[in-house]
Write a protein that binds this ligand. Structure first.
Ligand code: ADP
Length: 366
């Protein structure tokens, strides 16, 4: 769709002494002109500086209600005008964007049409953008539903496989030869791993739909809880975890806990042979916080640094390291739900720094 696909409508709110009839005539060859004198549904509004105050509140309402779709308002400034008009700043994202253009009388038609065309193209682009955003949301939603349904429905047959394998093991374990025993063990191990993956996928598909409210959350408390949950692993690896004082953010405490848990657990897990040292740092950068989890572990090859955030992407076999490959995909989804980004910087053999951003609590959400 582009701006020439349909005739665009302009509502003329110019008064009689603003040369209403002449402006109407000028426009009607090019646009559908609405002449109602109360603000209706149009693509663009033309007022003059005398009628502007009468329509101001209705126009404002229209602009605000349609936000983020752009509704341009053009003021025709008459020669005798003494009114001060200020143009909306096009860089400003928040409504009200009220006066988008001022055209001086007597009207120079090419100038007026050029300006209207620019504004209407912008409106058309904002409509198209909204359309694509809606489509994207819908397709995301159906993918989520698919992942949810698939993982949910796979649970039952998997449970059956696991329990029959266990039954065979319990009942005939003594009678089978060693090789069969080993095969059954592999099969049980495979079923267990598959359960882990299915549970992870279920969790992944619920991040957006079943996430809790975002509330003011102290990340120091979150980290404290995660340390307690990971205490066994910390002791086992004799890991040292240090932390800056962390900020309060607008977040879902359970999901933020999960985020820290996955990152810290990986930082300990992929530490190589040495005792892991992990640092959590926070740095303010404009309207957001950057939180980093820094380890001194095995590091990640630059070629793999993007794909590890995808579902089920792992860089190691199960014999080397256990895991389902869903942890970082969950982290990414959680961070994105909070309006942030996540990435890793690393040199193989020289540790990794996972950094994610979260909007600062005193900054407006975009
Ligand atoms: P999992 O740990 O269950 O395999 P993740 O999604 O958490 O899944 O991680 C994906 C892969 O990224 C891991 O298998 C590992 O190879 C790599 N990885 C994650 N964190 C680190 C880290 N701190 N240092 C080195 N490699 C890491």
């Amino acid at each position: 769709m582009n701006s020439s696909d349909r005739q665009q409508t302009i509502q003329l709110l110019v008064g009689e002494d603003g040369n209403r009839a002449a402006v109407r005539e000028l426009l009607s060859g090019h646009y559908d002109v609405i002449t109602d004198q109360s603000v209706t549904d149009a693509d663009c509004y033309l007022v003059d500086d005398h009628t502007f105050p009468d329509h101001h509140s209705d126009l404002l309402e229209r602009v605000e209600q349609n936000y983020p779709v752009f509704c341009p308002v053009v003021v025709i400034r008459r020669e005798d005008s003494s009114r001060q008009l200020t143009l909306a700043n096009p860089g400003e994202r928040e409504p009200p964007l009220l006066v988008n253009e001022i055209v001086d009388a007597p009207i120079d038609p090419p100038v007026l049409f050029r300006r209207l065309d620019t504004l209407l193209t912008r409106r058309q682009q904002s409509l198209e953008l909204r359309h694509y955003i809606t489509q994207l949301k819908e397709s995301n939603k159906s993918l989520e539903q698919f992942a949810y349904a698939a993982s949910h429905d796979l649970q039952e047959p998997l449970r059956m496989i696991s329990s029959y394998l266990q039954l065979i093991e319990q009942r005939y374990g003594n009678e089978l030869d060693e090789e069969v025993d080993e095969f059954i063990e592999f099969a049980i191990d495979g079923a267990d791993r598959m359960r882990g993956m299915i549970d992870g996928l279920l969790e992944y598909s619920r991040i957006d739909t079943e996430g809790g409210q975002l509330t003011e959350t102290d990340l120091n408390d979150v980290l404290e809880d995660v340390r307690a949950d990971l205490q066994m692993k910390i002791n086992e690896h004799e890991a040292t975890i240090t932390s800056d004082s962390l900020p309060r953010v607008e977040g879902d405490p359970d999901q933020l806990r999960q985020l820290f848990q996955n990152l810290l657990s990986n930082a300990i897990e992929y530490s190589g042979d040495d005792q892991p040292t992990v640092a959590v740092e926070a740095e303010r950068s404009g309207a957001e916080w950057q939180i980093s989890v820094i380890d001194d572990g095995i590091g990640i090859d630059p070629d793999d640094q993007e794909r590890i955030f995808e579902v089920f992407q792992r860089l190691h076999s199960h014999d080397e390291y256990e895991g389902t490959g869903i942890g970082l995909a969950l982290c990414k989804r959680i961070v994105e739900r909070h309006g942030g980004r996540i990435w890793v910087e690393s040199e193989p053999g020289d540790g990794s720094t996972f950094t994610f951003t979260l909007p600062a609590i005193d900054a407006p959400r975009g």
